[in-house]
Design a protein around this ligand. Structure first.
Ligand SMILES: [Mg+2]
Length: 401
């Protein structure tokens, strides 16, 4: 079968520090006005009073959205989005493009390996470079699907379940329950700088929603790298009476010993999870070795669909789950092919969590949202990732090659 070659790859950005802020899109932290996602959420910067209230104050939305388009020589075009903004555009146009253009649309693993190995010396195995590599990889899967007129999940071997069940991440698990989700994950608002009072306040929040949501609804806490082992251990035990299902990302990504110790210290039955800020396959092998219960890679930050499938294989060999950080269609098409992803994450991006809004609004068209907390596989039956680029968004091509 003759497949087309990749003629050109192009990178655009939207939002971030060098464009109009508050644009949303791939950089979903870049929201305008008052929003639950920027309301006194505990972070590694919370110890500085001036950065305690708002994550935007320390620059969480400084990057903006990266958009990569890949065009085949038969005119078919695929695309993907990530964070990485204008800096990601430079990496894609000036460096990664050489490994892509001229290759066959099915050469995805070869291109992926060349992108990884050509950038180790400055990527450090993560960060913006890995966001850019992920975006290229995902754009190539999208292009391959469009060339073959198949959804990405069918390219990957097909669905192992008819529908994906979701839990919702946001500030209102009670509203998530009404919308049909299986659980609600809340951000913590306090950290070690707040000592035992911080633990009491976040445990009281879990108790409040246990009361509102009843005994069976899953409740989880996302700690966004804000804690130390002692604090995380005490918080986990304080929340155990309210049947907290898991405690997530208590520490910065490289603190593997902290995760190992928390696994030892956590109440029996409470899951310890992490991974969204780990940027390479090797770090997920470490987390798997440690015994983290759920690996949570972000498919747009960890190396793309190609790396996510490798991470899932590591976890599968140990009976661990892979439940990626919410990444909408870029996750859906992959996890529906994994036997060790029994449910997935949906990130609430409406300001008060009172309605469903597509995670990457407004950059994608046809981006599905769960109905009664679920997405059926037939919803994914469109070529590639099944979404279109919203060209009315203010995108800029900052570099060419
Ligand atoms: Mg998280």
């Amino acid at each position: 079968m003759n497949l087309p070659k990749i003629k050109e790859i192009r990178a655009y950005f939207m939002g971030g520090a060098t464009a109009e802020k508050g644009s949303g899109g791939g950089d979903y932290h870049d929201q305008k006005g008052s929003h639950w996602i920027d309301d006194h959420i505990a972070t590694p910067m919370s110890k500085y009073k001036e950065y305690e209230q708002s994550r935007q104050s320390f620059g969480i939305n400084v990057l903006g959205t990266l958009i990569v388009e890949a065009e085949a020589d038969n005119g078919v075009t695929g695309f993907a989005i990530s964070t990485g903004g204008e800096m990601g555009c430079f990496v894609v146009e000036k460096h990664l493009s050489r490994f892509v253009e001229g290759k066959c649309v099915s050469d995805i693993k070869l291109i992926h390996d060349q992108m990884l190995n050509a950038t180790w010396y400055y990527s450090g195995g993560g960060g913006i470079v890995m966001n850019a590599i992920s975006c290229v990889d995902n754009a190539l899967w999208d292009l391959y699907g469009r060339v073959l007129d198949l959804p990405v999940y069918k390219l990957l071997g097909g669905a192992v379940r008819d529908e994906i069940k979701f839990y919702a991440t946001g500030a209102r698990p009670d509203l998530a329950k009404e919308m049909g989700f299986i659980g609600g994950k809340m951000p913590t608002h306090w950290g070690p700088q707040d000592s035992d009072q911080g633990i009491a306040k976040d445990a009281a929040m879990v108790a409040e929603y246990r009361e509102k949501c009843g005994p069976d609804f899953w409740l989880m806490l996302d700690c966004w790298m804000s804690q130390d082992v002692n604090y995380a251990t005490k918080l986990a035990h304080a929340c155990a009476p309210y049947n907290l299902k898991w405690i997530e990302e208590c520490f910065p990504p490289q603190q593997y010993e902290s995760y190992r110790e928390l696994k030892r210290n956590a109440p029996k039955g409470m899951l310890v999870t992490t991974g969204e800020h780990h940027g390479n396959l090797e770090s997920f092998r470490m987390l798997s070795d440690i015994g983290v219960d759920i690996l949570q890679p972000d498919v747009s930050w960890c190396g793309g669909v190609t790396t996510l499938t490798e991470i899932a294989a590591i976890a599968k060999s140990r009976g661990q789950w892979v439940v990626p950080h919410g990444s909408s269609v870029y996750s859906h098409h992959v996890v529906i092919t994994f036997t060790n992803t029994p449910f997935s994450e949906f990130l609430m991006t409406s300001p008060d969590c009172a309605r469903l809004r597509p995670q990457f609004d407004p950059i994608l068209l046809n981006e599905p949202v769960p109905v009664n907390g679920k997405i059926h596989k037939t919803v994914l039956d469109r070529p590639g990732f099944g979404v279109e680029l919203n060209r009315t968004c203010k995108m800029k091509r900052a570099y060419t090659h």
